[in-house]
Design a protein around this ligand. Structure first.
Ligand code: NDP
Length: 277
């Protein structure tokens, strides 16, 4: 049976680091670091995420300020709100909940966020920071959560072969860059990849971010591998499942992240840690 790489101890370590950072920040500035959440409407998903962030923030002495905008907010008002928070010296980070309602231009809105305050690494400037390694902005939280898990469990990366399934802007591509920065040899797979199994079996570290139940089965893996399951999917009974067929893969590989309780449980801690960047 493989070692289970649980997210909780990783999140706890990041939160402890953030708490220390927040205390040092308070000492220097006489106030706690503050994140502004900009929420358009009140989607149940967003409200649940907001509650999760507030709970974590309470453990780290970080302040959360929610800007609640109407579901039919105008483009101008949304951009004005972002600009006001960019210019507010007492706001250290901004998180815009996505997706936005259809009448709003998501790309325009995320690019209006100052890269210095872009907590979730969604702006083009943050992406540039990841690709150029210039320190501008932040990497997307999920991609960084994977890196935090690998670092916490001391999975060697330098010179190792990492295979990433998925090439989205928020997970696959930035993650490939972060792995490259740690001197892994990286292969990015996607829906047009021929013989995915052949690619995945060559990996020392296999990361699946495809968003498909059963993407990684027992025949796609071998012993000696570390498998990180980023996928969050729901089966027909409404049960949360990753991309990896746990029951087939767990017996074969060395280490595996669970779903739930893996990558997803680390992302909010990463988000708060970005506030101190
Ligand atoms: P996207 O749908 O944007 O990207 C999925 C990627 O997987 C695409 O690049 C796609 O390839 C690739 N893919 C899909 N099917 C296959 C296939 N059969 N073979 C090979 N590649 C395939 O998803 P996201 O990147 O936004 O998210 C990925 C998963 O991660 C989702 O389950 C999402 O819920 C989860 N997620 C989890 C988070 C967490 O905190 N744990 C946070 C964010 C996301 P192509 O480009 O060719 O279409």
């Amino acid at each position: 049976m493989s070692e289970l790489l649980k997210g909780k101890p990783v999140a706890d370590a990041i939160l402890a680091r953030t708490r220390e950072g927040a205390a040092a920040f308070y000492k220097k500035k006489g106030r706690s670091p503050k994140a502004a959440i900009i929420r358009v409407g009140a989607r149940p998903d967003d409200l649940a995420y907001e509650r999760g962030i507030k709970n974590r923030a309470a453990q780290t002495d970080v302040e959360i300020d929610v800007e609640e905008l109407a579901e039919d907010v105008s483009r101008e008002e949304l951009l004005r709100t972002i600009k006001r928070r960019n210019e507010d010296a007492a706001t250290d980070g901004i998180l815009l909940f996505l997706p936005l309602p259809d009448h709003l231009d998501e790309q325009e809105a995320v690019n209006a966020i100052s890269p210095q305050k872009d907590l979730d690494g969604v702006s083009d400037a943050s992406k540039l920071g990841v690709y150029t390694d210039s320190g501008i902005g932040n990497p997307p939280c999920t991609a960084q959560a994977v890196m935090e898990i690998l670092a916490y469990y001391k999975v060697p990366l330098s010179g190792k072969k990492a295979v990433v399934i998925g090439r989205s802007q928020v997970v696959g591509k930035p993650l490939a860059m972060l792995l490259l920065k740690q001197n892994a040899t990286v292969t990015i797979c996607h829906s047009k990849t021929h013989d995915l199994s052949q690619e995945t079996r060559q990996a020392d570290i296999l990361i699946s971010a495809a968003g498909r139940i059963g993407m990684v089965t027992g025949t796609d893996v071998r012993d000696g591998q570390t498998v990180i399951d980023v996928g969050i999917n729901f089966d027909s009974a409404g049960k949360m499942k990753g991309d990896v067929l746990y029951e087939e893969v767990a017996d074969k590989v060395d280490c595996l992240t669970p779903v739930p309780g893996g990558v997803g449980s680390v992302t909010t801690a990463v988000l708060l840690s970005h506030l101190l960047h």
